[in-house]
Design a protein around this ligand. Structure first.
Ligand SMILES: Nc1ncnc2c1ncn2[C@@H]1O[C@H](COP(=O)(O)OP(=O)(O)OP(=O)(O)O)[C@@H](O)[C@H]1O
Length: 638
């Protein structure tokens, strides 16, 4: 999706004139069209152009479905498309692929399919709790387990067959729960989000008459972020395409960030082979960023092997340097980021034209607090407000409860359920109530971290959030100061968030499709970015790529030497800076330069080697002034 939603709400946008390549793509006549292009090349702008072209050529807006990855992106597209063809913008069929399925199912229920009654995440959670459909490995969230089956179009029988073939007790248990869940869900007449696409696909696959009834309801399907579709979504689009709908999609395999949620970049990589009457268009002018940023981004992404080659030529020739700043610890980093945003504001850059992005939610904790306390207006996106994140809330509430067993508010904050019961059971053994305040806080952080910690990357983030909360608590003088400081921080955040003109603080995932004049990427450290538990180094590199390509003019990259343990600069820093001349890099000091340039050696360890090509330095690309040629060739909501 696209861009300036960082700005405060405005009315519909005036359409941008398309460049010749964008126009060709927007006016393409083929059954299946893919516009494959890098960041900032105007994919979403071209999608809006396609929409206008169709409407101007006589297609009623109601017969064009525009799909976006998230509900928020749909709202943004409504704004960009504006009031077309006299239809009320609000009622135009623009939404996620789940909402496409919901519309079709409601309008055309498949034979034998009960009326669609959508259960949202909370309703599903209540159903799961009522029937106690929890995996014995409690770290596995039931909704995620069941959703992953649906993303792959596996019904309970297929899930069980797969589990038995692998002969893994964990999987057999999951498949058994899945079967039970589907039983109780359908007994209540409920459809969860994943069911919507599954039901539509099943109906269309099994009944030609039903397929024929759906045919022609939408003449055109316009799909944004095609790189992130999962197998169920791909199947649905293919069936609709087979019934005569024209598919027109934009995407960038280099921005696929959801492989962990069944998104499969193979769909975009294999488009020309797999789709009927395919036409592939490429856009290569980057309208967003300076030549420096484009060069750096190209050098970075050149390190990935599994990708389509794309050229990217910056339309803004500016060679304004990228700033790279090494700091001592996260407190220093927060103070630094505060100086950066104030400095930019001093130059007249509006707050909403600045973003601070990070890979993991806990990196945002100090930043949120430092900016909000200094009175800088902020809006927190992605993971959300620090003290409300589950591991943080549990840590803070348990610290309070242990320090004062009569604290009823803390007991309420802790909540209920098996996890909380286990925490309370283990607390007397694991926590020495008479320990000094900082030690007590850290003991609680360790307990919450080790109890009910989710597996994989989520578990590492859980641990980091618990430790970050415990550290912040430990730094206050004691219980009363802790309660007061959390209150104060939350009040500052609420006040800071009240205004529309605010600095965006976001995880990189939450920044997808957006752009700002200035972007700070904080926490550019090895084991954080790339994340220590991420299974796929190429997806980590794509994350860094998405982060840096959100910037139009100013790009600031910061890292610290110590974030609870000694930290090394991210090897990605060196990779991306390899695309720049020395005068395009501003180091805060020589030590930072030495540390970054030494980062590749540190990455060259047996542990790192497990990530395959991660230590391979990318070649220096040509400058984008003449067109840089790179080398080598849970889903949305209704
Ligand atoms: N033809 C054009 N002329 C001038 N500016 C353009 C043109 N096309 C796009 N832009 C501008 O380029 C920026 C990026 O456009 P857009 O968000 O559509 O790109 P995108 O390819 O969808 O980006 P990403 O994939 O990185 O999210 C926007 O600020 C947009 O206004």
């Amino acid at each position: 999706m696209s861009s300036p939603s960082a700005a405060p709400e405005t009315g519909p946008e005036r359409p941008l004139p398309l460049d010749p390549d964008q126009r060709l793509a927007a006016e393409a006549i083929a059954a299946s069209v893919l516009v494959l292009a890098g960041p900032g090349t105007g994919k979403t702008t071209t999608l809006v152009g396609r929409y206008r072209h169709l409407v101007e050529s006589g297609t009623p807006p109601a017969r064009i479905f525009v799909s976006t990855f998230t509900v928020r992106a749909a709202a943004e597209l409504h704004r960009r498309i504006g009031d077309s063809g006299g239809e009320t913008v609000r009622r135009l069929p623009i939404g996620t692929l789940h909402s496409l399925a919901a519309r079709l199912l409601t309008r055309f229920p498949p034979p034998g399919c009960p009326p669609v009654r959508i259960f949202d995440d909370q309703a599903c959670g209540r159903l799961i709790a009522r029937h106690r459909l929890y995996h014995s490995d409690e770290t596995k969230r039931p909704q995620d387990l069941f959703g992953a089956y649906k993303d792959r179009l596996l019904d309970p029988a297929a899930a069980m067959a797969e589990a038995k073939a692998k002969n893994e007790p964990d999987l057999i248990e999951a498949a058994t729960l899945y079967a039970r869940y589907q039983e109780v869900l359908s007994a209540e007449g409920g459809f969860d989000f994943g069911d919507l696409i599954v039901a539509l696909v099943r109906g269309m696959e099994s009944d030609p008459a039903y397929r024929a009834r759906i045919a022609g309801f939408f003449d055109h399907l316009l799909i944004d972020e095609f790189q992130d579709i999962n197998p169920a979504q791909e199947r649905m689009l293919r069936l609709l395409r087979d019934q005569g709908a024209f598919l027109w999609a934009v995407g960038d395999d280099d921005q696929c960030l959801y492989a962990w949620r069944s998104a499969d970049p193979a769909f975009i990589l294999g488009f020309e082979k797999e789709w009927p009457d395919p036409a592939l268009f490429r856009l290569s002018r980057n309208y967003r960023s300076t030549a420096t940023i484009v060069d750096a981004a190209q050098a970075l992404i050149g390190g990935n092997r599994n990708r389509h080659a794309k050229s990217l030529a910056a339309q803004n020739p500016s060679r304004l340097p990228v700033t790279v700043t090494g700091l001592e610890d996260d407190e220093d980093e927060a103070a630094y980021v505060l100086r950066v945003v104030r400095g930019l504001a001093g130059k007249g850059v509006p707050w909403h034209e600045m973003a601070v992005l990070y890979r993991a939610g806990h990196v945002g904790s100090r930043l949120q607090i430092a900016l909000a306390e200094a009175g800088v207006p902020v809006v927190v996106r992605g993971a959300g407000e620090f003290w409300q994140l589950t591991p943080v809330r549990l840590t803070a509430a348990l610290i309070r409860l242990i320090a004062n067993p009569g604290d009823m508010e803390a007991r309420a904050l802790l909540g209920h359920g098996k996890r909380v019961e286990r925490l309370l059971e283990q607390a007397p053994d694991k926590i020495d109530e008479s320990a000094p305040w900082p030690a007590l806080c850290r003991q609680v952080g360790r307990l919450v971290s080790s109890t009910a910690r989710p597996p994989g990357e989520e578990g590492v983030q859980w641990r980091d959030l618990c430790y970050a909360a415990a550290d912040l608590a430990a730094e206050t003088g004691g219980l009363d100061q802790f309660i007061a400081s959390v209150e104060e921080q939350r009040r500052s955040l609420r006040a800071a968030e009240a205004g529309g003109d605010a600095v965006v603080l976001s995880t990189i995932h939450g920044a997808k499709g957006l752009e700002w004049a200035a972007v700070v990427v904080a926490g550019c450290e090895d084991e954080l970015l790339p994340h220590e538990s991420a299974p796929d180094i190429e997806e980590e590199r794509r994350l860094m790529y998405v982060a840096v390509t959100r910037a139009r003019r100013w790009l600031v990259l910061s890292f610290v030497a110590e974030r609870r343990k000694r930290a090394l600069p991210s090897p990605f820093l060196r990779e991306l800076l390899a695309g720049l001349d020395p005068d395009q890099i501003r180091w805060n000091d020589d030590d930072t330069r030495r540390r970054v340039q030494g980062a590749l050696r540190s990455a060259d360890t047996p542990k790192r080697a497990a990530f395959g090509d991660r230590t391979k330095p990318p070649p220096k690309p040509r400058k984008s002034g003449g067109g840089t040629k790179p080398r080598g060739t849970r889903a949305g909501r209704v």
